[in-house]
Design a binder for this molecule. Structure first.
Ligand code: ZN
Ligand code: ZN
Length: 163
C-alpha cells in the first residue's frame, strides 16, 4: 500500500470500523468476521491503516477509524452512491447490479468526475437502496447510519468479477 489508499479492500476496512459509534473501538475478531477474512490478514491490513493514520489502535487488537479515515471513506461512499445512481437512473440498471458495478470502480474513479456526475444527477441525497449519500464525502452528523450497500458485495464482487 502506498501513502494513499488505493485498494477497495482498505475502504472496506474503514467502512466496517465506521459502523461502530464515534467512541467505540472494534475488535480484530469482529472486523475479520464482518469482512470474512482471516484475523491474520485483517491484522496486516489494519496495521498498515494505522501507520497511514486512517485508523487508531488501542491496547490489543482494538481499532477505531480516525477523522482522516472518515474523510477518505466519505469521498468513496459518495463516489459509490453517485455511480450507483447514475447506473440506475440513467442506464436503467437495477439497484443491486448497479451497486455491484459501482463497487468495482468506486475506489479508483476520479473524484472530479464524481463531482460532475453529481451535478448532472441533481445532487442525489439517497442511493437506489435509499441509503443516505455523504455529499462531497461529508457524513450527516445527526444520522450515523452509513451507506451499508458499500459493503454489500464484499463476496459477490470477487466471484462475479472473474467471469
Ligand atoms: Zn453533488
Ligand atoms: Zn446503494
Amino acid at each position: 500500500m502506498s501513502r494513499r489508499i488505493t485498494s477497495r479492500r482498505a475502504y472496506e476496512y474503514l467502512a466496517s470500523l465506521a459502523e461502530a459509534s464515534d467512541t467505540e473501538y472494534v475488535s480484530l475478531k469482529k472486523i475479520s468476521e464482518r469482512l470474512k477474512v482471516k484475523p491474520s490478514s485483517a491484522y496486516e491490513y489494519l496495521e498498515k491503516l494505522v501507520s497511514l493514520k486512517y485508523v487508531e489502535k488501542i491496547g490489543r487488537g482494538k481499532y477505531k477509524i480516525t477523522a482522516k479515515g472518515l474523510e477518505e471513506l466519505g469521498l468513496r461512499m459518495w463516489a459509490h452512491g453517485v455511480l450507483e445512481t447514475y447506473f440506475h437512473k440513467i442506464l436503467n440498471i437495477e439497484p443491486d447490479k448497479a451497486c455491484l458495478i459501482a463497487s468495482r470502480i468506486d475506489h479508483i474513479f476520479p473524484i472530479e468526475i464524481i463531482e460532475k456526475l453529481c451535478i448532472i444527477l441533481g445532487h442525489p441525497s439517497k442511493c437506489p437502496h435509499n441509503h443516505k449519500i455523504p455529499h462531497k464525502g461529508v457524513f450527516d452528523k445527526n444520522d450515523k447510519t452509513l451507506m451499508s450497500c458499500f459493503l454489500n458485495n464484499v463476496d459477490k464482487r470477487r466471484s462475479v468479477g472473474r467471469k
